[in-house]
Design a protein around this ligand. Sequence first.
Ligand code: ITT
Length: 189
Amino acid sequence: MELLVATHNQHKKEEIQQILQGLFEVKSLTDYDIHDEIIEDGHTFHENALIKAKYCFDKTGIPSLGDDSGLVVDALDGRPGIYSARYASNHDFPKNISKVLEELGNNTNRSAYFVTVLCYYSIEGPKYYEGRVYGNLLSENKGKQGFGYDPVFVPEGYELTFAEMEPEHKNRISHRKKALDAFLADMEQ
Ligand code: ITT
């Protein structure tokens, strides 16, 4: 079955493709020549995931999967949250990490979680799936893999950051993997 992944973020698309390989014929926005900027003006992860998935479904008629994700930091009252991609500067990962680390300073409470909310939009309308992974933030970057806040995030029970793990390893335990597992379980019913 064809599934359109409604993201302009190449890293996200590759992670979703790797996790869903063999199960869906995963298409990207480029496959459908969609280069429009999708305005994410929702106030929650759910609203933004819906905006992305609905936009792509309305445009193509292909069942579409929107992924809205972010980093939620306890000591920062949940920031950057839905603003994770543009916290300091739009999709400038090093600047966004620096802003979070500056705001945290020497705070000993380093706990944070990544969340992914998926919206699957088909002829039947929207359905939502969520995945979270809890962990702690370092005070400096470690590792080169992954994207976004991966170099400062160490998942609970591990000593490595997501950016130090092989992509296959991150994709077995991540927030995105958990949300996709919930999606797959629902599809199998
Ligand atoms: P699309 O809207 O086109 O899907 P985006 O990058 O703008 O791409 P989001 O609005 O969901 O996506 O923003 C998510 C941001 O949160 C992303 O840019 C990263 O900074 C961060 N993020 C999300 N998932 C992450 C992950 O698995 N590892 C590290 N950072 C992540």
